[in-house]
Design a protein around this ligand. Structure first.
Ligand SMILES: Cc1cc2nc3c(=O)[nH]c(=O)nc-3n(C[C@H](O)[C@H](O)[C@H](O)COP(=O)(O)OP(=O)(O)OC[C@H]3O[C@@H](n4cnc5c(N)ncnc54)[C@H](O)[C@@H]3O)c2cc1C
Length: 611
């Protein structure tokens, strides 16, 4: 079966749901983009994903990158596809800040979504280049920008982010890679090992530009002591040409469960004491404080939303595949009807349940993600500073929800797609098992699910005395108050109001626990992921309901057979399913959290270990 993607839903988001006109009207975009470009760009982007990107996905998985004698060989076609995206406006030049050709994120990400569904191993290399370039654009000097950005945007140089070390993954603040000052105040010598670096040596580009966290000699302990450096594999001369090897050695690439077309590298910096990096931001102050980690957070936050988005694309691709398969596979007879003919499995209630469950999750999480992109567009480009500030804090709250809930839920969606296919879903003859293997990493990299749950309950709920979180909750409450009596959706709105109550209960429980910290300390992390799920499910439900109200108006004058009739009916069904079948679980979870059930804590540690 050919690669298919639901670009109708992306068009709905941009043209019928989000106030996209507000974004297109911003000074940065108004001359170059308009709502009228949406159809053309998505249709064209879909063609690129089918003709250029998807053809390398399955072969790339089977062949995998090779590492021999210190050299990485990319999979056939990877380099050409990477450069095609970068050189034709489907990559970093459209995604990066400040760049003249930059697209609104809502528009860029709609296209990036199709390409990511088509080959996630490829698009995360593009995403990393955009993230690294954005850091240089934000914090680099004009000279840094002049010598690095053009080659990165044109696809000749790959960007990376280097945080993880063999002994420090989640504990980023403790890293031991060191930087030593030289006579030039912006140039430092770099020494250390970075592990698991995506595209760390992809073999696709002539140079790799690493954005590396390292602790300056004498720097403060922990996160405040960390600096950020541009460390090219080959030094870049004043005129932007490539210079000598910069002592960044690829020690190996990982043998992974998925994403075989992407090199995850173990890198040594400065084995021969000859590795130099260009410091971004100010030099360490008198107390040894640097701003490296806070600068790197810009790239990490982009990647975190990108990771949740990436996960949802894999869930979406798996769902579309399963839905086509379900119309073709003949098996079984309708339940309880004697002497009936065998039917396509989509006729079976349980298959329909799984398909609607997948659809509701994929469309709901996509809606949450695109709300986030819309907020980012306004934050970064609007002249309405008050709104930009409010939306910036909404993005902060949505980031852990998108990363954690998006990546965890997509695994369930893909597993269901395999279930719909039955035995063949488990084989390599069909693409869905690859989606599952390519996706599992998304609950781990860019911070594991727990790291994001901890960020939500420890920081996002409590920042600025909790005011942004309260404003975010008020936004949901306003939606509920405005639509409580929406005709035909009484049951769904009642469930949404109960979901909101669950969210409020979770918030109050966490406030109480933090106010009684010593006594309740262990409950806080114990329930963090589950608290995040409650927040995410309520927000996703609100987005789906909002979309369903639009769909209900649009479908009213249509009749079966009209264009879009089934699309709008499906939108309404997705909302009804999620609000009636999934969201009630948030209330059960909130009650469990409030009950402080603590078996996990009282169970002896030894009982958890198989000896
Ligand atoms: C394919 C791949 C690509 C990657 N790409 C990059 C990259 O490009 N750049 C980069 O810098 N890194 C990258 N990483 C590294 C990735 O970000 C880390 O693996 C991840 O952050 C987790 O760190 P860890 O593996 O050391 O696990 P650990 O930190 O050892 O965590 C192990 C488990 O313990 C839990 N845990 C840890 N601390 C706590 C705590 N305080 N409380 C509760 N639970 C805790 C974690 O949630 C996890 O479940 C990549 C990894 C892989 C596998």
């Amino acid at each position: 079966m050919e690669f298919k993607y639901d670009i109708r839903d992306l068009k709905f988001i941009l043209k019928e749901w989000l106030p996209a006109q507000e974004v297109f009207a911003c000074d940065r975009f108004k001359e170059n983009f308009s709502i009228d470009d949406v159809d053309m760009l998505l249709n064209e982007g879909y063609k690129v994903s089918r003709e250029v990107v998807n053809p390398i996905n399955a072969p790339g998985d089977k062949i995998g990158v090779k590492f021999e004698k210190g050299e990485v060989t990319p999979v056939p076609g990877f380099k050409e596809a990477y450069q095609f995206l970068q050189q034709n406006g489907w990559g970093s030049s459209s995604e990066c800040i400040k760049v003249e050709t930059g697209m609104p994120l809502i528009l860029y990400k709609a296209n990036a979504e199709i390409n990511t569904a088509a080959c996630p191993a490829l698009t995360s290399c593009v995403k990393l280049t955009s993230g690294a370039a954005n850091l240089i654009l934000r914090f680099g000097t004009q000279k840094d920008q002049d010598i690095f950005i053009p080659k990165m945007l044109e696809g000749y140089w790959q960007g990376t982010m280097c945080l993880t070390e063999p002994d420090f993954g989640s504990d980023t603040g403790d890293i031991i890679t060191r930087s030593y000052p030289t006579e030039d105040p912006r140039i430092y010598e770099i020494k250390g090992t970075k592990m698991f670096i995506t595209a760390g040596d992809q073999g696709t580009c002539e140079n790799t530009i690493h954005l590396v966290l390292a602790r300056p000699e004498g720097g403060a302990a922990g996160s405040p002591g960390i600096g950020l450096y541009i460390v090219p594999k080959y030094w870049v001369n004043e005129d932007g040409s490539m210079g000598k090897f910069n002592d960044v050695t690829t020690v190996g690439v990982e043998h992974k469960m998925g994403l075989h077309a992407q090199a995850t590298a173990l890198l040594n910096f400065g084995d021969d004491d000859n590795c130099r990096g260009i410091m971004l931001g100010p030099a360490p102050d008198a107390k040894g404080f640097s701003q490296g980690l806070s600068m790197m957070f810009h790239m990490m936050n982009e990647s975190r939303i990108g990771t949740g988005h990436n996960a949802n694309t894999q869930g979406a691709a798996a769902y579309y595949f399963a839905s086509q398969f379900a119309t073709e596979r003949i098996q079984g007879r309708p339940f309880g009807i004697k002497n009936a003919q065998r039917v396509a499995i989509i006729k079976h209630e349980d298959i329909r349940r799984m398909l609607l469950d997948m659809k509701a999750h994929v469309e709901g999480i996509r809606a949450m993600i695109f709300k986030g992109f819309y907020y980012l567009d306004i934050e970064n480009n609007s002249s309405d500073k008050e709104k930009a500030k409010k939306y910036a804090s909404f993005v902060e709250i949505l980031t852990p929800l998108v990363k954690c809930y998006g990546s965890e839920a997509s695994l369930g969606v893909i597993a269901q797609a395999i279930q719909v296919l039955g035995g063949v879903g488990y084989t390599q003859e069909y693409p869905v098992e690859q989606y599952l293997r390519d996706s599992k990493i998304l609950t781990i990299w860019e911070g594991t699910s727990f790291i994001h749950a901890n960020d939500l309950i420890g920081r996002k709920m409590r920042m600025k005395d909790g005011a942004p979180f309260v404003a975010w909750m008020a936004y949901i409450k306003e939606f509920i108050d405005a639509n409580m009596n929406a005709a035909g959706f009484e049951r769904e709105m009642k469930n949404l109001a109960q979901g909101y109550q669950a969210l409020d209960d979770v918030k109050k429980t966490y406030d109480a626990w933090y106010n009684n910290f010593e006594a309740k300390r262990q409950l806080i992390p114990l329930y963090a992921i589950r608290a995040l799920f409650v927040c995410a499910q309520v927000y996703v439900a609100m987005c789906l309901m909002d979309q369903a109200l639009i769909a209900a108006k649009k479908v009213a004058p249509l009749k079966a057979g009209d264009a879009d009739f089934t699309y709008y009916k499906g939108k309404i069904a997705a909302a009804r399913y999620y609000l009636n079948n999934i969201l009630p679980g948030a209330s059960t979870m909130a009650a469990l959290i409030k009950s402080e059930e603590d078996t996990v804590l009282t169970c002896p540690e030894e009982s958890l270990v198989v000896s």
